[in-house]
Design a protein around this ligand. Structure first.
Ligand SMILES: [Zn+2]
Ligand SMILES: [Zn+2]
Length: 398
């Protein structure tokens, strides 16, 4: 038997569905990149205001972040919205669905907060695709309070989690010496050779890393003309490992590969690590349990990718949040089996009927989970005792 509060939330989201779907479609039709999500920011803020919520625009020092709070007392639960898109393929990660589902969950929870005795904090978190929007917000205190943080992410299956790994990005620049490549090559020191040897060194390293670890790079600068010995070359590398802790020794090994190339070529190298690292997601299993129960009540079958073998691998700044508060990042089915995120095909489904139903079901499952946290002190206690085990020897906001 569903309790009255959950029934009320489901009914409210059914009533809001046309609005939520309109918002999802509008964001889908206006894809915006990292930190440029002004259209989505303004749209989501104005809908929240339309429903009577107090909204802080440009929250936590991030121009395209926002926050809305409802409820005066009781456990505070965070619902996170993402809305950035990808270059070239628009909403190929389906963040328009994350935004609209979070909006629905937030509005339904806000409508019940007073009556049930809880608080909800709706957070607009931009720039997930590499920009580390949540990390920037965290540095300004966005995740200092709350009993839990949640969001849903679209995929081709209903899963309890994304198999997320930590990632850090580094830009490297090699400096050599230009010379005429035919007339006086002995005068030159070839920076492109150094970049290429660094690339090959990493290829050798890959043989001796964990199967779950990933290192991938591209050349971003490789000389100007074949008859000039390249005086400068550059590359960008992503280094990924299971956890933010195990990532640190791998980064050192990658740097040794990249630097080793300089002595061979008589060049120098400058490296610049990104100002944030994406941590692995530490899913709170007590909270996952509540979410799965609610999804089941809504007629969805959510599986554990580590059991079913149907996994989605990636990295997200929700990982950093999961070290700060008990968190979940479940995947909600929004595309036929086998359609991967970050494809044009996935973008197509994000704006269609499957995306629309993920918006409504995702909103309902999250609103029901918020109500669980408001009404079940035992669940909150379980969450926090499990969260006490989530530690890292690395500062996840460094
Ligand atoms: Zn993505
Ligand atoms: Zn995504």
């Amino acid at each position: 038997m569903m309790n009255a509060e959950k029934t009320a939330a489901i009914t409210e989201i059914d009533r809001l569905a046309p609005k939520l779907i309109e918002v999802s479609h509008k964001i889908h039709a206006h894809p915006e990149l990292n930190f440029e999500e002004h259209y989505a920011h303004d749209l989501l803020c104005s809908v929240l205001e339309e429903f009577g919520l107090q909204v802080t625009r440009h929250a936590y020092g991030v121009a395209t972040a926002f926050e809305a709070v409802a409820g005066l007392s009781g456990p505070e639960v965070l619902v996170l919205l993402e809305y950035d898109a990808l270059p070239g393929i628009g909403h190929g990660c389906g963040h328009n669905v994350i935004a609209a589902a979070g909006l629905g969950a937030g509005l339904a929870a806000a409508a019940l907060a007073q009556q049930v005795g809880g608080r909800v904090r709706i957070l607009g978190t931009p720039a997930e695709e590499g920009g580390g929007g949540k990390i920037a917000m965290a540095r300004q205190g966005a995740f200092k309070t709350g009993v839990a943080a949640m969001m849903v992410h679209p995929a081709d299956a209903d899963l309890i989690r994304m198999d997320s790994i930590a990632v850090h990005t580094v830009d490297v620049t090699y400096q050599g010496k230009a010379a005429h490549a035919a007339a006086a090559p002995w005068e030159g020191r070839n920076a492109l050779d150094a970049a290429v040897l660094g690339y090959v060194n990493v290829a050798a390293l890959r043989q001796h890393i964990r199967p779950s670890e990933r290192i991938h790079g591209i050349f971003t600068e490789a000389g100007e003309k074949p008859n000039i010995v390249p005086r400068q070359a550059a590359a960008t590398w992503y280094v990924r490992s299971d956890t933010i802790s195990s990532l640190q020794p791998l980064k050192k090994r990658v740097m040794a590969c990249l630097e080793g190339a300089t002595s061979a070529c008589g060049c120098t190298m400058h490296s610049q690590w990104d100002d944030h690292t994406y941590a692995d997601v530490r899913d709170n299993m007590a909270l996952v349990g509540a979410y799965v129960e609610n999804m089941t009540a809504l007629g969805r079958h959510v599986t554990d990718p580590r059991v079913s073998g149907h996994s989605v691998v990636g990295s997200t700044d929700m990982g950093n949040v999961s070290y700060l508060l008990p968190s979940i990042h479940p995947m909600i089915k929004m595309a036929p089996d086998g359609v991967a995120i970050h494809t044009e095909e996935f973008a197509h489904f994000a704006g269609g009927a499957l995306g629309d139903s993920a918006v409504v079901t995702g909103a309902q499952a999250m609103a029901m989970t918020v109500i669980d946290l408001w009404t079940k002190p035992d669940l909150c206690a379980q969450l926090s005792s499990e969260f006490a085990q989530v530690t890292s020897d690395i500062d996840v906001l460094a």
